[in-house]
Design a protein around this ligand. Structure first.
Ligand code: A3P
Length: 321
């Protein structure tokens, strides 16, 4: 079995040559590592080897384009509601990914020289981090600790469309073109996209949320859209930072919902310009934020194809997306 205990460059090269691999959109190499298409193998291994979780850590886990940015802004506001008046919320000056960095692609972006300063100094207590890693690839120290994980998932067709439009705006190294949607959809169905397959990623966290409900909370983008206030209350309770009835009466929850709405966040200068990630501008993290936009992009054949894949994989697990 492949373990995460790799250290040398030689071992890394050996591992790479032993794994199935693909060039993603003609540019970035992806490796099928631990049952997931991984586009940042070195960073993943580095954080698997070195990251030390603390029991108080909180992780926002997701497959890309399922509402990560939104959930980060909500969690940030839950924890910081007493530190700043809403008009001084740091979300008005910073992109949510700056305030809650991704473990593997920001903290460990440079695998040889991870940004431990941010981890140790800049992050407030508790440390809140994002991750797109599937559950089986999380560093062992996370699995062995009592830290909490909030997983957000979304209807796969909306996830697909959101990622398709996002990747169209990716850096110039990729050859993503308007007319490649069907080709990319084929890859999506096969799970061959960063952090895919979709079904395995979602199911991994779903099962864990059933087995360890105090540790893993499973959320849906659609529920957040439908009733953000109730979801926010559940989130507050899960992370042991519940809203009091006075706060609720004073409209604190409503304020946070409004502060974190896509309309509001889109107006923030840091979200209009600038980059947290070198390969994409911050503005592409905020598009429509709607449920069901996929009907404008997918034909019935495409839908049928993925529905078949999903119904087979999800059979018997009681999860509907
Ligand atoms: P769409 O492309 O369907 O609009 P992620 O943050 O995981 O990359 O997900 C991005 C998706 O979440 C995009 O979906 C984006 O528009 C949506 N989104 C971002 N911020 C949001 C917010 N505050 N409220 C609702 N949706 C939001």
């Amino acid at each position: 079995t492949i373990t995460a205990a790799l250290t040398t460059e030689e071992e890394l090269q050996q591992l790479k040559s032993s794994l199935p691999n693909e060039l993603w959109f003609n540019s970035y190499p992806m490796y099928f590592y631990q049952n997931c298409w991984n586009i940042i193998l070195e960073s993943t291994i580095s954080c698997q080897n070195h990251f030390k979780a603390q029991d108080s850590d909180i992780f926002i886990a997701s497959i890309p384009k399922t509402g990560t940015t939104w959930l980060k802004s909500l969690i940030f506001s839950i924890f910081n509601r007493k530190n700043y008046p809403i008009s001084e919320n740091p979300l008005l000056k910073h992109n949510p990914h700056e305030l809650i960095p991704q473990l593997e692609s920001i903290i460990y972006a440079n695998p040889q020289n991870p940004d431990l300063k941010t981890l140790e100094k800049k992050l407030n207590y508790p440390r809140i981090l994002g991750t797109h890693l599937p559950i089986q690839s999380l560093p062992t120290s996370i699995k062995n600790s009592n830290c909490k994980i909030i997983y957000i998932c979304r209807n796969p067709f909306d996830t697909f469309v959101s990622s398709w439009l996002f990747y169209l705006n990716y850096d110039e190294n990729t050859n993503v073109k308007d007319d490649m949607i069907e080709e990319y959809f084929g890859k999506f169905c096969e799970g061959k996209f960063p952090f895919g397959g979709f079904e395995d990623h979602v199911l991994g966290y779903w099962k864990e949320s059933l087995e360890r409900s105090g540790k893993v909370m499973f959320m849906k983008f659609e529920d957040l859209k439908d009733d953000p206030k109730s979801e926010l209350k559940k989130l507050g309770e899960f992370v042991a930072c519940p809203f009091s009835s006075e706060e609720e009466e004073d409209g604190v929850i409503d304020e946070i919902v409004k502060m974190c709405s896509i309309e509001k966040l889109k107006e923030v200068e840091a979200n209009k310009s600038g980059r947290v990630y070198s390969f994409i501008e911050n503005k592409w993290f905020f598009r429509k934020g709607e449920v069901g936009d996929w009907v404008n992009y997918l034909n019935p054949c495409m839908v049928e194809r993925f529905e078949k894949v999903m119904s087979e994989k999800f059979a018997g697990y009681g999860l509907e997306l």
